[in-house]
Design a protein around this ligand. Structure first.
Ligand code: WT7
Length: 656
């Protein structure tokens, strides 16, 4: 099934033969410009990672770089450090007045936050958290907009050794509740609301709904962002500014073991229960600061770096907060949507701050393509010298468009493959060394051992396709699933054994050994660069009173990306009409979050099932993508498929 789609995909991709060598001037000044870095790291990966760890400030040096008991691994054991100290304190003497974040609010306010400012805020908040009873090891949930208080909250937790669990502000009350409960968080830091496309998202109201059923939460700290009236529960809810002002600005950073937990971040798996991905301190900080430095070629004195993701996802954790701050560079932090108030918002920010490096996702690039080149053309984008992409395969057309219209036809585009689990970029060009091929994430980062294997785990070699694997752990890789070690072993190591990490992606190696990522091979969809499992959306749908049964698949289009298609059987007395369709879309938004809303819903009397009653998603995927139907011989109700197909086709016609 997936393999077939994948074949077609790659054929189209490999026809794309354009190659781009690293521009000479760029290569001459690049942080990484000696190809020997690859061989050296391959010959002695531990020495390479140790050299990267030495870029950090350690309170106590490590004894051992890597301790392995596959599938478990520990990095820099015996070493002590603190992430908040590495991101803030160590820059203060030399660069305390440097801007850490040029913050831009969606409605238009701006604020420059220096390293000194951020340090003070973090220390005060860390002290307040202690006052609220947070001790080392206690979990703190964070549900906030993209405002400077968000990285401050994360670093305040890191400062006192309290793992944070950031929940994306676009998630629903129910999603927030489940994540708080899984981590048994003691404190929640949130805001009254956030701005999105000119509207207010009622974060506090969502939080209040979640908090009805979260016995572990003792205190809630609320930032006033929108200034709207929100209900405050006496004895539980506190105003952020009051708490912070009352606290002392003096808070030494707690020396943490390299393997102490830094944070939990939830991501979708193939079941309804999200996985709490556990990241620790020393390896994580080493991995993100090293990749950020070498892949984005960071020159902290001159660069203005902008990762236009949301901190609620791992991209933001690693490449808005920990990587850039550990490297002491200046970033842009933008709160809102790219098309508010108009479709040139990003480009006006690039011009205003002279952004030199931009890191975003193919889905955003494709939106910009649709909006047209007039919007970027209105602004001076000549400061941009490097562009990055992450989250899903980037189609060559989008890659070329990005380089041409945003990067003035010359900025290298680094397509970076990684995951919530890996914590750090694993496959990516080094822009001063690697010859680029649009659509390919190119090569494993130095010290990363990526490969493509067949079903039996054998390397397929150049020219072959199969499953992407990592043959050795990388320092920033997660250590386990919070509270569920069994699931950690089963999900990632059952397929190929304890020495081989299986990320869940298909990939192909071309004749030059370049990696071409082909999307997920499990029941996890990639919607605008975010993981949503088909099971989660199905559960949300059948939870609605009018739904008898539902099956969900991703429709993959190389130009459009992946969209959610739901096949729904209404209960007997219910009509599958437009009103129900809208109701169901809203229902899914309420249960999971807006990003999980099905793009299209096909109502059907029955779903294609095997004789044992199992829904055949493979066939529905064929229907959704308009492909010829695969083998239907095992179906108990084959005729229904033709009906569904006809309906889906007529609806697709309506879409256009
Ligand atoms: C999944 C991880 C890592 C930050 C954002 C997503 C897909 C990610 C690429 C890329 C092709 C990519 C994979 C991966 N993915 N980057 N450059 N090319 N696919 O993090 O939510 O953990 O999702 O995103 O399928 O497994 P995530």
């Amino acid at each position: 099934m997936v393999e077939k789609e994948v074949e077609k995909n790659i054929e189209a991709l490999l026809e794309e033969r354009r190659e781009f060598e690293a521009p000479e001037e760029f290569a001459a000044n690049a942080n990484a410009n000696e190809a020997s870095i690859y061989d050296d790291a391959a010959a002695d990966p531990e020495a390479f990672w140790a050299s990267q760890a030495e870029r950090l400030d350690w309170f106590e040096p490590w004894d051992t770089v890597l301790e392995q008991d596959p599938p478990f691994h520990k990095w820099f054991t015996g070493g002590k450090l603190n992430a908040s100290h590495n991101c803030l304190d160590r820059h203060l003497d030399s660069n305390g007045d440097r801007v850490a974040y040029h913050w831009v609010g969606e409605p238009g306010e701006t604020k420059d936050v220096t390293y000194k400012d951020l340090h003070e805020e973090v220390c005060r908040l860390a002290n307040s958290l202690k006052d609220l009873g947070i001790a080392k090891g206690d979990r703190v949930a964070i549900y906030m907009p993209m405002i400077p208080e968000l990285p401050a909250a994360m670093l305040a937790c890191a400062r006192i050794g309290a793992p944070h669990s950031v929940v994306f502000g676009g998630f629903s009350a129910e999603s927030l509740r489940d994540r708080i409960n899984d981590a048994a968080a003691k404190v929640l830091i949130t805001a009254d609301g956030s701005y999105r496309k000119g509207n207010v998202v009622p974060l506090k109201a969502n939080a209040d709904e979640a908090l009805q059923d979260t016995p572990s939460v003792e205190k809630v700290v609320v930032v006033a962002r929108t200034g709207e009236d929100v209900s405050m529960t006496e004895g539980r809810d506190l105003v952020y500014s009051e708490v912070v002002e009352a606290a002392s600005p003096d808070c030494p950073a707690e020396p943490m073991d390299a393997e102490d937990m830094l944070y939990i971040l939830y991501t979708s798996g193939t079941t309804g229960k999200p996985k709490g991905i556990v990241h620790t301190t020393g390896g994580y900080l080493t991995g993100v600061s090293s990749t950020h430095n070498l892949i984005f070629d960071i020159k902290p004195d001159t660069d203005v770096y902008w990762c236009a993701a949301d901190i609620g996802w791992v991209t933001g954790h690693s490449y808005i907060v920990y990587g850039p701050l550990a490297n002491g560079c200046t970033s842009v932090l933008y709160e809102g949507a790219p098309d508010h108030p108009d479709k040139d918002r990003w480009w006006s920010i690039v011009e205003q701050y002279g952004v030199t490096i931009l890191y975003t996702a193919p889905t955003a690039i494709r939106s910009c393509m649709k909006w047209g080149t007039d919007f970027p053309a209105k602004h001076d984008l000549s400061s941009l010298r490097l562009l990055g992409s992450v989250g899903e395969p980037i189609n060559p057309e989008a890659w070329i468009w990005y380089q041409e219209f945003i990067g003035a036809g010359k900025a290298p585009v680094v397509d970076t493959w990684w995951q919530t689990e890996t914590g750090q970029i694993c496959i990516s060009p080094l822009p001063g060394i690697t010859t680029l091929k649009p659509g390919s994430a190119t090569k494993a980062f130095p010290g990363v051992f990526a490969d493509v294997v067949d079903e039996a785990g054998e390397a397929v070699g150049r020219g072959g396709g199969g499953y992407l694997v990592l043959r050795k752990p990388v320092p920033a890789m997660f250590r386990t699933i919070f509270g569920d070690e069994k699931r950690y072993v089963e999900t990632y190591f059952e397929k190929f054994g304890n020495d081989t990490y299986f990320p869940g992606d298909g990939a192909k190696l071309d004749d030059d050994g370049y990696f071409w990522l082909l999307g997920r091979v499990d029941d996890v969809m990639n919607i605008a660069g975010h993981r949503i499992s088909t099971y989660e959306v199905e559960s949300a749908l059948v939870d609605h009173k009018s739904v008898a049964e539902a099956a969900v698949v991703g429709r993959v289009d190389p130009k459009e990306g992946e969209t959610i298609v739901a096949f729904v059987t209404p209960k007997e007395d219910k009509e599958g009409d437009d009103a129900l369709m809208e109701e169901l879309r809203e229902h899914v938004a309420k249960v999971i979050g807006k990003l999980a809303r099905p793009h299209s819903i096909v109502f059907t009397e029955d779903l294609p099932k095997t004789r044992s009653g199992k829904i055949m998603r493979r066939l529905l995927r064929d229907v959704a993508t308009g492909q010829e139907l695969g083998d239907v011989s095992t179906l108990q109700n084959a005729p229904i498929l033709e009906e569904i197909k006809a309906k889906a086709e007529s609806q697709q016609g309506d879409d256009e």
